[in-house]
Write a protein that binds this ligand. Structure first.
Ligand SMILES: Cc1cc2nc3c(=O)[nH]c(=O)nc-3n(C[C@H](O)[C@H](O)[C@H](O)COP(=O)(O)OP(=O)(O)OC[C@H]3O[C@@H](n4cnc5c(N)ncnc54)[C@H](O)[C@@H]3O)c2cc1C
Length: 413
């Protein structure tokens, strides 16, 4: 009889969070296997995002997002330099275009400074020196923000993991994780694996996997698609680096921004519309059972009741190029609808509580034996939206520290 393969830790998900975690665990001398349902790494959020190396400006001081984004920015840049991966640190502008946005811009500067992020308020004339085509009443310049290619970073993490003796199994979906004595059984169709512990970094399917594994996550992942449009021809010359609107504190992930990517092309987006399947990258991708479960979730009803106006505007912006152009024109008045062409989409895995609140911070839930009995640990990553790609390296270190009980080597709280 063949023995079930066993590793110190099994990681579910070969997105940037799972891979960073696995590499960190391997670096601590543990045997590790990473499993992903898809045939390539970074197939979902990690491979479909804005590729912005965030600075840590937006997040509530003291939150995990603030702490890990600030550390992650530096580490992402250092990782790209060390492995000769594409990146550029050209800074970004957050621009206020209406008087009511000025106090929010000031609050953003305060938050940024509290998080240790370098930023400077600019008058309109200074804004034009940075971004000549931008119209603004005022702006905040954040020189430390950059762009990179998170898919390339994930591919490098996977390469390093395998080179250092870790295993990577692609095309292998995990059905559920169950605890048995001192091991976690990782159930997959071609056969089970055993882990001394398991970490589930399953992105859009994180809550589903937790529930199937007997851990009630207390949240539901609601998939919000973010669509991008490219600026065609001469219109691409209207943006030098990154131009962002002032975020709405109630819905911080809303706000179409303009980004010059590593290949020189300029994208505007992402918007935020309810995806009709967890991996619903287009309106035409519909999974009726998944959609019915999302629509039946009381948390979504409460969220929709609170923010239905935003929801309607986002759908309008998705269906009408003119509506999207009008939004962009608030910051970049020379952009016309004819300048925009579809440029793909990503789907955010956003955890929503039953009361309709969006989970703001990263959420890691450790499923252990009740009553402190000894037994294997399963750690579920249940909310890792933006800036988790930027923060992936310190997130991986933090998860590894929690798993090995070595908090000294985690990021200091
Ligand atoms: C539109 C958009 C824009 C964004 N912009 C930025 C940005 O500019 N900067 C930034 O820092 N962050 C950004 N983010 C956030 C960032 O992309 C995510 O925080 C990050 O990629 C999360 O990584 P992850 O590994 O947790 O998830 P994912 O990359 O989604 O990986 C999860 C993996 O788990 C696998 N999986 C799921 N279920 C199973 C199963 N049962 N068995 C096996 N495998 C499974 C999936 O196939 C997938 O590969 C953006 C996100 C979106 C959607």
């Amino acid at each position: 009889m063949t023995r079930t393969p066993r590793h110190d830790v099994v990681v579910v998900g070969a997105g940037i969070v799972g891979l960073a975690t696995a590499l960190e665990l391997r670096g601590r001398g543990l045997t590790v296997a990473v499993l992903d349902a898809e045939r390539a790494v970074a197939a979902h959020q990690t491979g479909h995002n804005s590729n912005v190396i965030h600075s840590g400006l937006y997040y509530r001081p003291g939150s995990d997002k603030a702490r890990l984004a600030v550390a992650g920015r530096d580490e992402t840049i250092a990782f790209c330099r060390a492995h000769d991966l594409p990146h550029r640190v050209g800074g970004k502008l957050v621009v206020a275009t209406e008087p009511e946005e000025l106090p929010r811009l000031a609050e953003l500067a305060r938050r940024g400074r509290a998080n240790g992020v370098e930023c400077r308020e600019l008058e309109p004339a200074e804004v034009r020196r940075h971004e000549p085509a931008v119209r603004a009443l005022a702006a905040l310049h954040v020189p430390g923000t950059g762009v990179c290619d998170f898919r390339a970073i994930a591919a490098k993490l996977a390469e390093l993991l395998v080179a250092r003796g870790g295993e990577l199994h692609l095309g292998r979906a995990v059905r559920r994780l169950t605890r048995r004595r001192s091991d976690v059984v990782v159930h997959t169709d071609p056969g089970d694996l055993l882990g001394g512990a398991a970490v589930a970094c399953a992105g859009l399917r994180g809550d589903e996997l937790a529930r199937r594994s007997g851990c009630e996550p207390g949240v539901r992942i609601v998939p919000f698609r973010g669509e991008y449009a490219g600026l065609r021809g001469a219109a691409a010359g209207l943006v030098r680096e990154l131009v962002y609107p002032v975020p709405d504190p109630a819905l911080p992930f809303l706000g179409v921004h303009a980004t010059r990517g590593m290949d020189g092309s300029v994208h505007v987006g992402p918007n935020a519309v309810l995806a009709l399947a967890r991996e619903g990258y287009r309106w035409s991708i519909v999974r009726p059972r998944e959609l019915a479960a999302t629509l039946a979730y009381p948390g979504l009803h409460r969220l929709a009741r609170r923010h239905w106006r935003h929801g309607v505007a986002e759908v309008h912006g998705s269906l009408s190029r003119e509506a999207l152009a009008a939004r962009v024109r608030r910051m970049l008045p020379d952009v016309r609808a004819a300048d925009l062409e579809p440029a793909g989409a990503g789907v955010r895995a956003q955890a929503v509580r039953p009361d309709g609140a969006l989970v703001d911070d990263f959420l890691f839930v450790t499923d252990e034996e009740p009553d402190g009995k000894a037994g294997p640990t399963v750690l579920h990553v249940l909310n890792a939206p933006s800036p988790a790609a930027t923060a992936a390296l310190p997130i991986g270190r933090e998860i590894a520290a929690r798993l090995t009980g070595d908090h000294r080597t985690g990021v200091a709280r």
